[in-house]
Every structure is written in C-alpha cells, then in structure tokens.
Write a protein that binds this ligand. Structure first.
Ligand code: PEP
Ligand code: MN
Length: 333
C-alpha cells in the first residue's frame, strides 16, 4: 500500500508512523510517502487521521505501477532535456562499450555530433566476466568523459559496477547506468535512491520482469523518481545469438509500469549483423531510448568487440530510423 501523508504531518510524526507500519518512507513535493508491503490491503486506523490519500496495490510493483501513477514519468537531465512524460522523444544513447583512450572517445564524440545525437555512453568501470580482461580506465575514464561533456554538451552515461565508485559515477555522469550484473546490488540501488540523478537500470539476463521492476522500486522508494528501465536481452536455450531480446517484456513494461523504457539491442544480439534490424523493431515499439554500441575500430575494441558497429555501419543504420520515428510520432534526440 502506498500512503500519502498530509502535508501538515511533521517529519517526526511521519517517521513514527512509518515505524509503526513497517513502511519505507520518503519525501516528495512537501509530502511524506509511506510504502508498506503490497499484502497490506486496509489502512491502519492509527494512520488514517494523517492520511491524504492511499493506494492499495496488487503486487510489490508499487511506485512503478500504472495503477498508482498512470502517466509515464518524466526524466529531466542536467542540461534541461526531458524524456518520458508526454515528450514523445526517443533518446539515442551511443558510444563505445568502454572508454579506451582520449583519441577513441573523441572520435566517437565527433560521430555523435555529426548525427546530432544527444547522449554519449562509454563504460569506465567494466563488469567483465573474467578478471584477466580489460577492466576499464576507472576514474581516469570518468574525467575524460567529463571533459567531453564540457566540450560537446552531450549527456554522459556511464555504468556503476559496484558500490566502491558509486559516488564518483553519480557525481560525474548525467545518467548512471546500473548494469545487468549489478542490478541486484542493493547498496548501489539504495545509493542511487538517495540521489536525484537519472538512472538507467538494466535488466539482469536471468531476471524476471517482476524482479526487474522491484529492483527499480528500491530506487524509487529512496525518493529518486528519475528511473528508466533497459531491456538488454535475457538468457534462453538459444546459443546462436548472445542473448534473446525480450520485446514481449518491453510490452509488459510499457503496459504496466510508468517508467520510461530503453532497449539495448547491442548486448542482446552480441553480433554486429542483427543490430540494425533489432534497433528498428525496438524503435517501432515507441520506446523512450535506444542504446547502441559503436567504436571507431571494433576489431580491436577492448570489450564487446563482436557487437560494436563501426561508424559507417552505425551511420547507415541511423539513417533508416527517421522514417520509423516519423511514423510513430517520435523525435530522435
Ligand atoms: C554494457 O552496457 O557495456 C554492459 C556491460 O551491459 P550489460 O550490463 O547489459 O551486460
Ligand atoms: Mn558493452
């Protein structure tokens, strides 16, 4: 159950009520909000006099549910750009899997600038499957991304792999990406919940939709409503592609949650050849964002080499998106 307390309720009283109801508490627009388990179906008599409104919920997809808030949530980026809400924009998020050098990121920035793409993504802290492969440039990479933002004005998105660098990423990035493997890390989720920085939460590759959205609830119930969900492929019995892009899941998220949805065909496919098709299919579903990896020389990329588009491939793919965006009434940014 979600309980909106009256604005007149003091912090002390609100905390007391939260404790008595075993509820999570956060403040939004001058109002304290309590969230109890969805198993609670009746408002406690002790809370009633302090309650403005309450919402009985069917599952622990609560703050993210359309039953609670029908309108799509709006994300406001540091430079004032908005997505979600009634914006009808699809944000292109592009760049290399990892930032590898100044030269590499500069070339990537030039490509985005040429195509008028708003959002540059590159990983600094890479959650690799092996400890013996390139782990990312870490803080040095973050500093380079900050320099790129200063120079080009892009929104910068980069991922947090564990809680040891979550504060730095929140400070430096415009959007914090929580990756498929970090999605269950509650210290990251809670830290992001305490901040007001937009978050792109990726779905784990073995994660049910219910668990995925519940991970987002950790951020929302911390008081940060700037959350986007990213489908990036799940593991199925199929081995010819790296993962399987769950577009049925995308429909579920659009229908039942109020969070903007981003699709990442690059990590789902795992190979260059299918990415343009999957990008077009995902855009046709009118999602709020698309995340595509591109690298000046994918053959020698230090991570995800097989799936990154070279610039020519990226540009060719990008040119085919405009008619689809027009058909569904979306502006690509
Ligand atoms: C990435 O975005 O480069 C990445 C590692 O993705 P994921 O967390 O989806 O595997
Ligand atoms: Mn990658």
């Amino acid at each position: 159950m979600i309980i909106h307390l009256k604005e007149s309720v003091s912090e002390l009283k609100a905390n007391e009520l939260a404790l008595s109801q075993q509820a999570v508490i956060f403040k939004q627009n001058q109002q304290f909000i309590l969230v109890t388990s969805s198993k609670v179906k009746e408002l406690d008599k002790a809370v009633e006099p302090f309650t403005d409104e309450f919402f009985v919920q069917t599952s622990d997809i609560q703050l993210a549910s359309r039953d609670y808030q029908e309108d799509l949530r709006e994300i406001t980026l540091e430079n004032g750009v908005k997505i979600g809400g009634s914006q009808e924009k699809t944000m292109m998020i592009a760049g290399p899997c990892s930032i590898e050098s100044w030269d590499q990121i500069k070339q990537s920035a030039e490509l985005l600038k040429k195509l008028n793409i708003s959002t540059l993504r590159a990983g600094c802290y890479k959650p690799r499957t092996s400890p013996y492969t390139f782990q990312g440039l870490g803080f040095e990479g973050l500093k380079m991304l900050a320099k790129i933002r200063e120079e080009y004005g892009f929104n910068i998105i980069t991922e947090v792999k564990d809680s040891s660098h979550v504060n730095e990423v929140i400070e430096y990035a415009d959007i914090v990406q929580i990756g498929a493997k970090a999605m269950y890390d509650q210290s990251i989720l809670r830290k992001c919940g305490e901040s007001n920085k937009p978050v792109l939460l990726k779905r784990g590759f073995g994660t049910k939709l219910q668990e995925f959205v519940q991970a987002a609830e950790f951020i929302l119930s911390g008081g940060n409503d700037q959350v986007m969900l990213c489908e990036r492929g799940i593991r199925t019995f199929e081995t010819h592609t790296r993962f399987t892009l769950d577009l049925c899941g995308v429909s579920f998220l659009k229908e039942y949650t109020n969070l903007p949805v981003v699709v990442d065909p690059s990590h789902a496919m795992g190979y260059r050849y299918g990415i343009a098709d999957l990008t077009r299919a995902s855009l046709a579903m009118a999602v709020e964002g698309l995340l595509i990896e591109t690298h000046p020389t994918p053959e020698i990329a230090k991570s995800d080499a097989a799936q990154q588009l070279n610039f020519e491939e990226f540009e060719n793919m990008y040119q085919t998106l405009q008619p689809i965006a027009n058909a569904i009434g979306k502006t690509l940014i």
